[in-house]
Design a protein around this ligand. Structure first.
Ligand code: B12
Ligand code: SF4
Length: 503
């Protein structure tokens, strides 16, 4: 299969000028960097500027007031990393797929006199690999250790390793510094997080990484509502692993969000539909879309992955409950489990069309280092290599049970190509005709505009381009909510009259 088009700017990180002479480090100035990663040409390029990760803004929130802090995201395509003024400390977040780029940046800044601190998921799972590239590593919760790291830099007493515990009360953490983000650079800067951890422990998930203890905790709903309000955006995205882990908390949160008259989306597991009255609360509070990890339509795959979830046979009915409340569903599917054969691709896409999921994302099963899945694949001699750059869920990095790695990759590409086709977009249109124009606008901007995304990103047009659609959706949703509130619970509401942004 021919590889889809991808511009250079989304494939290669900006070159570093190794000959550049910089000024002396400015005391008490910290630069926080989200490194570049190559984008998957099969998926939407727009997804990377939907909403920012909270890793660095959370660290920034914990920065002592006498320190200056700046945020730099290489994926916003604004050129090479900043060097003027030159930072005393550079904090870099490291995931396995962009670890190489993080190390390159670390070397560049260290050679010029900055102290480099590396943190993030990859530091937790592979500390021995990361250690030589850092002056200090933050393992676990960075918010807990960042102020201490900066104080130690000031005192000239930086230690090589800092361990942050996730056991501290979550509500005590400062709010992330969203004000540091370029507002026009993202569809919305309001990434929110209300809960930490998850009631599941799926064997392939990063939450089951060795050494990661993340007890389930929630922030006070008032804190979350205040963060949403303060950012002043009409649309927010909850990046929690599973916002519905504790249904009663979600209900309380929804009631507190309702007066804001904003719209939002969140990741939940499908068991959020156990209680349709909770789905109704979500809709009344402005939820226009959910990201659901269905993972697989084959029950045996879910059992082997230790995912506690309703039976796939019941998924259609459950999706309809969300749709009946005007909530779009973006389904996430993992391909390449041990019970998957080559028919999995067509079966999954046809099911998505039958369920009329407005959007879906596909992931090739990827054994993240430190997880039970990684240990299993390693013990069975099925890992193909340890080139972390390809552990991006778009490449087969292990030998699947019932197909060749090439077949898995080709099937993955076919799934995206089919799902993003005009035909499939049309097949999945909302049942309510009034919602179709907005659905098509969103779908085409998100799925069919890969030729223009790098320009929108580079010229900081992401926010302005999405804004009218988001505002239109918010207004439609307010009307929808009024009708929903007037209808009695249990009546399928004005089925899918609303289209959510982006997800
Ligand atoms: C927002 C998000 C995105 C955004 C933005 C990504 C980005 N890199 O900017 C988008 C939608 C673009 C995205 C894309 C992808 N994502 Co993503 N994403 C997330 C999500 C939902 C939230 C991240 C977040 O803000 N967490 C909250 C912060 C506070 O936690 P944190 O990042 O762990 O940071 C803490 C510590 O690690 C530490 N820390 C982190 N960095 C630093 C730096 C310093 C200096 C210090 C001191 C400490 C420190 O302190 C922080 C506070 O405690 C997570 C799931 C999750 N809930 O975490 C997945 C997640 C990170 N994504 C994941 C994946 C697989 C992807 C994709 C590959 C999926 C795909 N096929 O498209 C792509 C590629 C992106 C890439 N290569 O990074 C996986 C990563 C798995 C792994 N082991 O690496 C996760 C964990 C989801 C999952 N359940 O599997 N993603
Ligand atoms: S339900 Fe999702 S977040 Fe929770 S453990 Fe499983 S994959 Fe991870």
């Amino acid at each position: 299969m021919k590889s889809p088009w991808i511009p250079r700017a989304l494939r290669l990180a900006p070159a570093l000028d190794w000959g550049l002479r910089t000024g002396p480090p400015r005391a008490r100035y910290a630069l926080l960097i989200n490194p570049f990663y190559p984008k998957d040409p099969h998926a939407s390029f727009g997804k990377h500027v939907l909403t920012p990760s909270l890793a660095l803004t959370s660290i920034a929130g914990a920065t002592p007031p006498d320190w200056e802090v700046k945020y730099w995201d290489e994926n916003l395509l604004q050129g090479g990393p900043p060097s003027e003024p030159f930072p005393q400390v550079v904090g870099i977040t490291v995931h396995l797929t962009f670890a190489d780029r993080a190390y390159e940046l670390a070397r560049w800044y260290r050679e010029r006199g900055a102290r480099v601190v590396l943190g993030g998921l990859h530091v937790l799972s592979c500390p021995d690999e990361v250690a030589p590239h850092a002056d200090a590593m933050a393992i676990g919760d960075g918010v807990a250790v960042w102020p201490e790291i900066l104080r130690d830099v000031e005192a000239g007493a930086l230690r090589p390793v800092y361990r942050g515990s996730y056991r501290r009360p979550y509500r005590d953490e400062p709010a992330p510094r969203r004000d540091l983000l370029p507002r026009r650079g993202f569809l919305t800067t309001t990434s929110l997080i209300a809960t930490r951890g998850c009631h599941n422990r799926c064997g392939f998930c990063y939450l089951s990484t060795d050494g990661l203890t993340m007890p389930y905790q929630v922030r006070d709903v008032e804190q979350v509502v205040e963060e949403f309000r303060r950012d002043g955006q009409p649309y927010g995205v909850f990046i929690d692993n599973n916002l519905g882990s504790r249904p009663e908390y979600l209900r309380t949160l929804c009631r507190a969000l309702r007066p804001l008259e904003v719209i939002w989306s969140a990741a939940v597991t499908i068991d959020v539909t156990n209680d349709p009255s909770l789905v109704r609360e979500m809709a009344l509070a402005g939820c226009t879309g959910v990201f659901v990890g269905f993972e697989s339509l084959t029950g045996d795959n879910l059992v082997e992955a230790s995912k506690k979830t309703p039976s796939p046979a019941d998924y259609l009915r459950r999706v309809a409950i969300l749709h009946d409340h005007g909530i779009q569903v973006n389904g996430s599917f993992v391909l390449g489990f041990d019970h998957d054969r080559t028919d999995v691709f067509e079966r999954t896409v046809r099911w998505i069309e039958a369920a009329r999921l407005e959007c879906a994302t596909f992931h090739i099963l990827t054994p993240y280092p430190g997880t039970p899945l990684f240990r299993q694949m390693e013990a069975q001699g099925r890992l193909l290599h340890r080139d972390w750059r390809l552990y991006d869920t778009a490449h087969a990095v292990f030998r699947p049970r019932h197909m060749a790695p090439e077949e898995l990759e080709a099937g993955y590409a076919w799934c995206y190509e089919t799902l993003f086709s005009h035909r499939s977009i049309w097949r999945r249109r909302p049942a309510d005709l009034r919602a179709v124009p907005a659905y098509l606008a969103m779908s085409y901007l998100y799925k069919k505009s890969n030729r223009v995304w790098h320009r929108l990103i580079r010229h900081r047009l992401t926010g302005p381009v999405w804004r009218p659609l988001v505002e239109l959706t918010r207004r439609r949703h307010l009307r929808f909510r009024r009708r929903l509130a007037a209808s009695s619970p249990g009546t399928p509401a004005m089925a899918a009259t609303v289209v959510s942004a982006g997800v």
